[in-house]
Design a protein around this ligand. Structure first.
Ligand SMILES: [Cu+2]
Length: 159
């Protein structure tokens, strides 16, 4: 009788240990899953944060590039440019935006290597980066009438 009781007891203990082990293992696996999920979430948040930083940097670069480039609007008509004195900075990109109010004119600043036709009813853009300091004359190089020869101006490039 005693032997049977102790066998039963041992068996019960073994079963209890097995159950405890199984339950414990299950709980451990769940905890592991939770940790992995939390890590993945953290990584995803970090990746999003990185993307946001890169986007912000790119935006800042675009804004900088836009600010660096100076746009100067120039109207052309018989027999003048408005403005006819233009001052720019050496090394700073410039966009000259020409519009003719009447007919075809030309713009020629040969010392800076800038030349374009200025047809009417259309905007003409010329982009350049001034490389040398000084005052450089420009003229209309398409004959446009009696005072065509007076149609001129200067670009001054400062340091
Ligand atoms: Cu002209």
């Amino acid at each position: 009788m005693k032997l049977r009781e102790s066998l039963f007891l041992m068996l019960s203990l073994a079963v209890a240990a097995l159950i405890a082990g199984t339950v414990g293992g299950y709980a451990l696996a769940q905890a592991k899953d939770r940790i992995i999920q939390a890590q993945e979430k953290e990584q995803a948040i970090q990746a999003q944060e990185k993307d946001r930083i890169i986007l912000a940097q790119e935006k800042a670069q675009v804004i900088q590039a836009q600010e660096k480039e100076r746009v100067i609007q120039i109207k052309a008509k018989r027999f003048e440019y408005t403005p006819n004195t233009i001052t720019v900075k050496k090394g700073v990109p410039v966009v000259l935006e020409f519009t003719s109010l009447d007919r075809l004119h030309g713009f020629n600043c040969s010392e800076l290597g800038i030349r374009t036709d200025i047809p009417p009813k259309k905007m003409t853009q010329v982009r350049f980066v001034p490389q040398k300091v000084g005052t450089f004359p420009f003229i209309c190089d398409i004959f446009c009438g009696t005072h065509h020869a007076d149609m001129s101006g200067t670009i001054t490039v400062t340091e």
